[in-house]
Design a protein around this ligand. Structure first.
Ligand code: SGN
Ligand code: CA
Length: 524
């Protein structure tokens, strides 16, 4: 009700000056579009029903799907470095990690916030800008009229926030809090004549996948289909696949990840310590029966892997259900407040995620599930509703796209491309046909070896370096599950030679090289 009154007030205020029909015209045409960019943390495209995978019947995402229905769904949005901080730094700067200086999360200097970013440029040219949620770049945000962020990874329950006044705690569940804060900010932003740009960055569904109070029970009895590669033995591939530490069987922790806590009296040593007694009671009501059953059955071997996989998906997808509701709340707010027509809504994740494929969770690889991130964009009047796009786009392109949308000059040292022509349904003939990738965080969590590579529509050529020197080539057309390295097969000799040349050219183009990679190696 309140929102309708506000809409009316605004309309009356403006109609006094220009007349009511002109208001609509003014709002639709002369105002630069608002941008609401929603990003979750570790959301694999496999768990968005609009992407059509086998999970869609079990855990639909009706609100994220609304963006696909009214906008464009991207099938090949690729990241430059599949990890939280580096992806966020690339999105802000429009540059690869070696150019913006943020290569990995763990031994990283904070993000250098003095460099050029798209929020700064939007702010300078008249946008009201905000970041709310998980920032994860070490330094405080720059280029925002308003910022209210989680420190580091943030907590699911009763999280701390940091804003320009300092650190404080909010009671409740993080996805709901970030949504509410965003709506409060949008309410103020709509009162101003300035166009706005909001980055709403969710923490969910990041590990350890703690669902919100409203979603706790959602999937507790659901049995999800298993990926065909759940029991991958990594044959036909190299050391990198064999030596990682990210398997459901070995790496996933039975207590903190799967929530089968053996002794609840030790809760102060776990990530459940932040729940208050009511939140904990609601939690126990759901998990205690599962724990009891688990203790009784005491599964081992493959049965235990299957059990862990099911528990993982139940919690992960319940987190997604919370994010999906958040997207719905934002779309509803925009519509109810007459902002939907002139606001571009983007939904994406900082990277993809393994949901049991290759027996894994987590990300980091230039392999499909972590390299490819979901991207859905709604822009009424520009994007044709219900479009599916297969062009090779990248999180490297986001900064330039937003600047282009806002009519702001794009700095010449940004390394992506504006996607505006693609959004208009007019992909240019020389749009990229190959994409460059470089991952650095090793040694580190999950022990995925450093690698860089090139992907084309059909192939991926990957070089693992640092403590090994191994190459892998995947023929995605013949081997979509990426189970067989064909690098040493004679029949691929010419493909390999061609990709090698193109990889060299990409490295030159983006100013990456062995020397630059070496300069980022740990010094000891
Ligand atoms: C934590 C997680 C890892 C995860 C990294 C990076 N471990 O270290 O599983 O890969 O974050 O995630 S946990 O025990 O703390 O959950 S990222 O999204 O920030 O890149
Ligand atoms: Ca992430």
């Amino acid at each position: 009700m309140k929102s309708k009154i506000q809409t009316l007030n605004l309309a009356i205020k403006l109609s006094a000056v220009v007349g009511l029909s002109a208001v609509h015209n003014k709002e639709a045409h002369s105002q630069r579009p608002n941008i609401v960019y929603i990003m979750s943390d570790d959301h694999g495209y496999q768990s968005i029903s609009a992407y059509g995978g086998p999970l869609r019947e079990y855990s639909p995402t009706p609100n994220i799907d609304r963006i696909a229905d009214s906008g464009m769904l991207f099938n090949r949005c690729l990241v430059t470095n599949s990890l939280c901080g580096p992806s966020r730094a690339t999105i802000l700067t429009g540059k690869y990690s070696h150019m913006n200086g943020f290569l990995e999360n763990e031994v990283q200097e904070p993000f250098d916030g003095s460099q050029e970013t798209f929020p700064k440029l939007l702010q300078k040219t008249g946008y009201n800008t905000a970041i709310i949620g998980k920032w994860h770049l070490g330094s405080n945000p720059t280029g925002f009229n308003h910022w209210d962020i989680l420190p580091d990874q943030g907590r699911y329950y009763n999280p701390e926030f940091i804003n320009s006044n300092g650190t404080y705690i909010e009671k409740g569940y993080v996805t709901e809090i970030i949504t509410e804060k965003s709506i409060q900010w949008l309410k103020k932003a709509r009162e101003s004549d300035k166009p706005f740009m909001l980055l709403m960055y969710h923490k969910a569904p990041h590990r350890n996948w703690q669902p919100g109070p409203k979603e706790l029970k959602l999937y507790k009895n659901t049995v999800f289909p298993e990926p065909s590669t759940l029991f991958d033995d990594y044959s036909n591939r190299g050391k990198a696949e064999r030596d990682q530490d990210m398997t459901i069987s070995r790496t996933m922790r039975i207590e903190e990840d799967v929530k089968m806590y053996a002794d609840k009296s030790k809760i102060k040593n776990t990530t459940l310590r932040n729940l208050d007694s009511l939140q904990l009671a609601a939690w126990d009501e759901v998990y205690d029966p599962i724990i009891n059953q688990f203790k009784k059955e005491n599964p081992i071997g493959d049965v235990l892997v299957r059990f862990k996989y099911q528990r993982y998906l139940q919690d992960y997808l319940a987190c997604i259900a919370g994010v999906d509701k958040s997207v719905g709340a934002i779309l509803d707010f925009l519509k109810e407040n007459g902002l939907d027509k002139n606001t571009i809504v983007i939904y994406t994740s900082d990277q993809g995620f393994f949901l049991g494929e290759h027996g894994w969770f987590d990300k980091r690889w230039m392999l499909e599930q972590s390299y490819r991130t979901p991207l859905l964009i709604r822009w009424p009047g520009v994007i044709k509703a219900g479009t599916v796009n297969n062009d090779m786009v990248s999180n490297l392109d986001f900064a330039e796209t937003f600047l282009d949308i806002a009519g702001v000059k794009i700095p010449s040292d940004m390394q992506g491309e504006s996607m505006v022509q693609i959004l208009k349904g007019k992909t240019s003939a020389n749009w990229r046909k190959e994409h460059y990738y470089h991952y650095y965080e090793y040694p580190g969590s999950h022990m995925v070896k450093r690698h860089y590579g090139i992907s084309t529509e059909r192939y991926k050529l990957i070089h693992f370096y640092y403590d090994i020197d191994e190459w892998e080539l995947f023929d995605i057309q013949r081997d979509p599950l990426e189970m067989k390295n064909v690098y040493n097969e004679p029949s691929y000799a010419s493909v390999k030679a061609d990709l090698n040349k193109r990889l060299d050219k990409l490295r030159l183009r983006y100013k990456d090289s062995e020397a630059s990679a070496r300069s980022f190696l740990p010094k000891n």
